[in-house]
Design a protein around this ligand. Sequence first.
Ligand SMILES: [Zn+2]
Length: 148
Amino acid sequence: MKVPEEPCQCSDCLRFYREHDRLIREFPTLRKQQEINWAALQSFRTLCGRVLEDLQKKINSNSYNQSEDNCIQKKEKSIMKVISDLENINAHLYSIETLMERVFDVKVPNEVEEIFREVAGELAPDPLNIDRLRLNRLLHQTPDMPEK
Ligand SMILES: [Zn+2]
């Protein structure tokens, strides 16, 4: 597998790097990572679950079923597809939750949490930190490299 030399700079990837670093910066210990990831998983499940219920209710109660209208039948089909996709997501989230419970049983001593904090600070320094701002400015002044 060929590894790209430069990390991709498209807007999706840039957003991902920012979010990734922010999560390290704001949740710099094992405990905090466990908590934020648990909360993220649960909120994901809650939201998907409710939308799924809502769609199922709509499909069951609606005139959709009996309608001869072609357009409405098409719409019903597409909603059925969405329902099955969401059911799949929910099933996967449920499996992830079971796995995560094991990850979350682990506790480490405070000295190790301190190492987490140190490493987090190295991996994701404060973007508003003055040194980092200066470095960014320098990097952005570099003239474009010729295409390889
Ligand atoms: Zn990209």
